[in-house]
Design a protein around this ligand. Structure first.
Ligand code: HEC
Length: 262
């Protein structure tokens, strides 16, 4: 009798203890529930700007964002006949910041071949690369602005593409800057506000006691190596002759078989 009462007390005690243990466990769980984390639409102490929702990491594409067929991404529209058409149209407004960005990117990626003024006689060309297109000639000036974007995206003949180095917005910025470069070399009095003076390079050279040749289009130095043979039917596009449509490109006479632009 004594023994059975003791047993029943013990049972009660252990039941109470068990319940308490359960309550205790629920009250302070030591699992991942309790780690610091970000709640939607709430701030966070973890980041310097105290924003819980983070801005998208640069140059990443989230699911559903990939969009490859817009004018912004391709530089072409599909015409009524089903062909790709280039347009003389920027997909966003050109501000001074856009031009500055374009200038910076152009000077990094394009001047080695096209030179700072875009005449196609950059340092690499002086060392034997195929003369790059003269962005100042009539052919290139007449091209729609999205043509430059397209060339940067896909390359052109001997020119490699720059789609890995330049995101689409940068390619457009460079295209806009090419237009600014063209204007810089061909501006007339009607392009500037009344009262402003357009100086021509010859006058600048005279004023600053520079040789007259300073104002001349420059030619490749005779030391420039023309790495491509005169017969260009075979070989890589890089071995094609300079485009004779480039009036400012002169191939050194040391390579008489190469075409000579006047
Ligand atoms: C490694 C040298 C090199 C670099 C760097 C280079 N280009 Fe070129 N580019 C060329 C050559 C060479 C041609 C002429 C291609 C041909 O005729 O085979 C050319 C042609 C062009 C043309 C003319 C296409 C046409 O329709 O005639 C444009 C526009 C152009 N490049 C823009 C750019 C821009 C913008 C950059 C910088 C993002 C750039 N290039 C960087 C070598 C280069």
């Amino acid at each position: 009798m004594q023994e059975s009462r003791l047993k029943s007390i013990c049972r009660h005690v252990s039941a109470v203890a068990g319940t308490a243990a359960l309550l205790f466990a629920a009250g302070c769980r030591q699992d991942m529930q309790n780690q610091p984390k970000i709640f939607p639409q709430r701030g966070s102490e973890m980041f310097a700007d105290h924003r819980g929702a983070r801005p998208q990491a640069l140059h990443t594409v989230a699911r559903g964002q990939l969009e490859t067929d817009s004018y912004f991404n391709t530089g072409v529209v599909i015409g009524a006949n089903g062909y790709k058409e280039e347009r003389n149209l920027m997909p966003f407004p050109v501000t001074l910041d856009v031009l500055r960005r374009g200038q910076e990117r152009f000077n990094i990626y394009c001047t080695p071949c096209h030179s700072r003024v875009g005449n196609g006689l950059g340092e690499i060309v002086e060392r034997g690369y195929k003369p790059a297109a003269n962005l100042q000639d009539q052919v290139r000036q007449a091209q729609p602005v999205s043509h430059y974007f397209y060339v940067m995206t896909h390359g052109y003949g001997a020119m490699p593409d720059y789609s890995a180095q330049l995101i689409p917005a940068d390619r457009w910025a460079v295209a806009a800057y090419i237009r600014a470069l063209q204007l810089s070399q061909n501006a007339t009095q009607t392009d500037v506000p009344a009262g402003a003076q357009v100086k021509n390079l010859k006058d600048v050279a005279a004023e600053e006691n520079l040789p007259a040749s300073y104002a001349q289009p420059w030619a490749l130095p005779a030391s420039a190596v023309q790495a491509y043979p005169a017969v260009t039917k075979e070989g890589t596009p890089g071995m094609a002759p300079a485009n004779p449509a480039d009036p400012m490109i002169r191939i050194p006479a040391s390579n008489p078989a190469a075409p000579v632009a006047k």
